[in-house]
Write a protein that binds this ligand. Structure first.
Ligand SMILES: Cc1cc2nc3c(=O)[nH]c(=O)nc-3n(C[C@H](O)[C@H](O)[C@H](O)COP(=O)(O)O)c2cc1C
Length: 212
């Protein structure tokens, strides 16, 4: 299948140094609000890239649950492939592909586990089915059948019939503490706008335009 004629011109918007916020988190918030208004499905979906001890990259989608000056937080299974990778190498990258806006945001940073209290705070806001689901799945392990999951779900439903579902020890959040954040806006003739913020030793952010 030849896709070489599949082409798009990007004309929707532009990005310039004088409209960029000096603070990349504020800039991200501005773009995130626009994504929420425009991207129909999962504007908070992001690709998370990890690299293990032998340098093998791996990529998957996770959902951003909140962000602030400290970083970008997602939740997952602490025994999953991604968690094992992070245990070997905490350097990760995130990518938000907001293609209807002709935008992407790329983040490089260090993943740190959030505290148990922070995980517990988020866990209690999840629907009960998702809370039970977190107990059920040995994420990233080989399983024999879907039945294994369904049976375990029924078992856990009975086990936690009464009261609150406790937070599983193998489940929690990671905060990606960013040191590089790039904002990309598609432009005509492949002359796209790219601005990269890099965290400096004194905590300030250096902003540079990159060639597309
Ligand atoms: C839209 C979407 C959102 C997802 N959100 C999460 C998430 O927030 N946390 C998570 O652990 N997995 C999430 N997943 C599943 C992951 O992509 C992945 O299959 C799973 O985490 C196992 O990854 P690993 O084996 O590389 O650790 C999501 C998948 C999709 C398609």
């Amino acid at each position: 299948m030849d896709l070489s004629q599949l082409r798009e011109e990007y004309k929707r918007a532009e990005l310039s140094r004088n409209t960029l916020d000096d603070d990349p988190i504020k800039q991200f918030e501005k773009w995130f609000k626009e994504a929420m208004a425009t991207v129909e499905k999962d504007p908070n979906a992001m690709s998370l890239a990890t690299v293990n001890a032998i340098g093998q990259p791996s990529l998957r989608t996770v959902l951003l649950k909140y962000f602030d000056e400290r970083g970008f937080v997602f939740f997952t299974n602490y025994e999953s492939r991604k968690a094992r990778d992070i245990g070997q190498n905490p350097r990760v990258a995130l990518l938000f592909p907001w293609l209807v806006l002709e935008r992407q945001v790329k983040i490089e940073g260090i993943a740190e586990k959030v505290s148990f209290a922070e995980t517990a705070r988020y866990f209690t806001t999840r629907p009960r089915g998702s809370q039970i689901g977190a107990w059920v799945s040995p994420q990233s392990s080989v399983i024999e059948s879907r039945n294994f999951l369904l049976q375990k779900f029924e078992e856990m439903k009975v086990r936690f019939e009464k009261g609150q579902v406790p937070v599983p020890k193998h489940w929690g959040g990671y905060r990606v503490v960013p040191h590089v954040i790039e904002f990309w806006q598609g432009r005509p003739n492949r002359l796209h706008d790219r601005f990269q913020y890099s965290r400096q030793a004194d905590g300030s952010w250096l902003i540079e335009r990159l060639a597309p």
